[in-house]
Design a binder for this molecule. Structure first.
Ligand code: ADP
Length: 599
């Protein structure tokens, strides 16, 4: 994914965006997770650092046994509670339920957006990739964000506790640790920079070697490889790339090795373990400034302080990374929906009377004009055919009719009212569709016909089964309308042939109480006779409905009351089949051409 730079404010806001969802959905779990690291750091300090020092000091200064005993017991009880009992409860009880809640909320937000987003976004590969990616990434990213916040809080808490303790005992120790940490951060930064540069230099060579590798093992190349003289040349290139990689590695790794040496032995061994340990021993043994236990506690606290600071530096790099990913999720979620309902939209209540296109022009985003100045009329009960060569704009016109896109110029009216002033769902509900690429869903047959949460009304569906020709197949299904379609979730699921699936599609479109049926080349996979039969069936079955069908096979257009012939986005002819044949224009020419083909 290409790196995009976002501001610090936006980075914080993005990380907070996901954390807020987690806090809203599962507050107890999220707060527990956020404090995990802090509790861990606290336990390390109390149990492994402070208590050890306390015991050693107790031996040195002969504290009463009962006092030491109660101290140790209290520490163990506290540690058991927050390091064993609480996490155990959270891991086994709280986590599964809470994670599910958070994931559900995020998915629902994404699905809601996916269902309402403009269809044009599917045409934009960048947006579409972002959408697919956001779907896969969002839930998992929330876990990572909680983890990062938890580490951030934990390391800060660790630093405060350790630094507070060291400061109260030994200011010099704190100063030395600070110097060691700063050096460590600067050198580590440099090391990472060089390591990345090293990897970048290797990348093109690795790509080249991978490509040559693929040529040797992929079957597509097997014949060429044997029949041509390309092999020695590829081997030579492979050797050359390997040689270059070796030379780069020789040069770059020297620098990395020296830096690592400075980090490990300069900052750690020499400055901290060497200088500080000697100073501490001098203070304790010679000047008797500290008890033995306090010296041990101080040394360990400084070590822990160093480790907290290192981890904090790492954690801080995670926020921008999350920020960049969450930016994409938010971009997807916050992208405005253009085709939406106006606040004062009117309900679609009156009986369907007709649709009119008034001087409609349309272009896809970033594309040229697809429809120009189209005027057409569709009246109640009419059979309308849209014909024209591929790319003429038929499908686009139907998409505009259903308000999947909005017109660029002109307007579309239903019963004289601009469709942009109507309630979107109710307006779309006026259409039942049978698309070329209609889909059956992994649900029961009944649900696939009803396409709603309501149960199927068998009395309404039964005649449709017969008319669509699906009745014989239906009789052979023991579970009838409850037959699960597809094997996605059910091993007994039934897979239908293309023709059978199409019959279900027909039943679905006729079952809807929509006054208009749109058939967008649902028959393009069929031979001309079957296509004729399908369109004939559809037009007969839906006598009381308006039918709009797109077909590039003109035999079926004889069934239409009116044909609109489109060419380069314009209506060039309109009329009934016989009228257009008489006109002897473009439609007639196209019709004759097709007839000759099938003769
Ligand atoms: P038809 O249905 O008559 O074959 P279409 O309406 O599918 O024609 O396409 C009309 C024109 O619009 C074609 O030039 C096509 O390339 C273009 N087009 C179709 N869909 C899109 C889209 N989603 N984005 C950009 N251009 C498109």
């Amino acid at each position: 994914m290409a790196k995009q730079n976002i501001t610090v404010k936006r980075t914080i806001s993005n990380n907070w965006f996901l954390l807020k969802i987690a806090l809203q959905e599962a507050p107890l779990y999220t707060v527990e997770q956020l404090t995990t690291r802090a509790r861990h750091r606290l336990i390390v300090f109390i149990e492994h650092i402070y208590m050890i020092g306390y015991i050693i000091d107790s031996i040195q200064y002969r504290r009463p046994f009962a006092e030491v005993f109660w101290f140790v017991l209290t520490v163990f009880a506290f540690v058991t509670l927050i390091a064993q009992v609480l996490p155990n409860y959270v891991e086994t009880r709280l986590k599964p339920l809470s994670r599910e809640k958070i994931r559900r909320r995020i998915r629902m937000e994404l699905y809601r957006k996916a269902a309402e987003m403009d269809l044009k976004n599917y045409d934009d590969p960048n947006y579409y990739n972002e959408f697919v990616w956001a779907m896969g990434e969002a839930a998992q990213r929330t876990d990572s964000v909680i983890g990062t916040f938890a580490n951030f809080i934990g390391e800060i808490a660790g630093i405060l506790v350790m630094a507070g303790y060291v400061l109260s005992q030994d200011v010099f120790g704190l100063a030395l640790t600070a110097v060691s940490v700063c050096l460590l951060l600067v050198l580590s930064n440099l090391y990472n920079k060089y390591r990345l540069a090293f990897q970048e230099k290797l990348k093109p060579l690795e790509r080249k070697r991978d490509y040559i590798g693929r040529v040797f093992y992929l079957p597509e190349y097997a014949k060429e490889l044997r029949m041509s003289h390309v092999r020695p040349k590829l081997q030579e290139e492979f050797e050359e790339a390997s040689g270059q990689m070796r030379r780069i590695a020789q040069k770059e790794t020297r620098r990395l090795w020296i830096l690592k040496l400075c980090i490990r032995y300069g900052c750690d061994t020499l400055l901290f373990e060497g200088v500080y340990l000697i100073c501490l021993m001098f203070q304790t043994i010679v000047r008797e400034a500290f008890g033995y236990g306090t010296a041990v506690t101080l040394y360990n606290s400084c070590g822990s302080l160093k480790s907290c600071s290192g981890s904090l530096a790492e954690v801080l790099t995670e926020f921008p990374e999350h920020g960049r990913y969450i930016e994409k999720i938010r971009h997807f979620l916050e992208c405005p929906v253009e085709i939406c309902q106006r606040e004062d939209a009117e309900a679609v209540q009156d009986a369907f009377d007709g649709i009119d296109l008034h001087n409609v022009s349309f272009s896809y985003p970033g594309g040229g004009q697809v429809l120009q100045n189209v005027n057409l009329t569709i009246r109640k009960g009419e059979r309308i055919a849209l014909v024209g060569y591929n790319g003429a704009g038929k499908t686009t016109l139907v998409k505009l009719l259903m308000r999947l896109y909005d017109v660029t110029e002109g307007k579309i009216t239903r019963n004289g009212k601009d469709i942009r002033e109507l309630k979107l769902d109710e307006y779309r509900g006026q259409f039942a569709t049978l698309f070329q690429d209609y889909q059956l869903f992994a649900a029961t047959l009944g649900e696939n016909i009803v396409m709603d949460r309501k149960p199927i009304e068998e009395q309404k569906a039964q005649p449709l089964l017969g008319k669509s020709g699906f009745d014989r197949k239906f009789a052979a299904l023991p579970k009838g309308y409850d037959t699960p379609l597809t094997r996605e979730f059910d091993e007994d699921g039934v897979s239908f042939s293309g023709g059978e699936a199409q019959m279900v599609g027909i039943c679905r479109s006729l079952y809807q109480d929509s006054p208009v049926i749109v058939l967008d080349e649902p028959s393009s996979a069929l031979d001309p006779l079957s296509e004729y039969n399908l369109n004939h069936t559809m037009t007969n079955l839906s006598r009381d409905k308006t039918v709009i069908f797109i077909s590039h096979r003109l035999s079926t257009t004889r069934l239409a009351d009116r044909i609109y012939m489109l060419e380069e986005g314009q209506v060039v002819e309109s009329g009934s089949h016989s009228e257009l044949m008489e006109l002897n224009g473009k439609y007639a020419a196209m019709f004759r051409l097709q007839m000759e083909k099938y003769r």
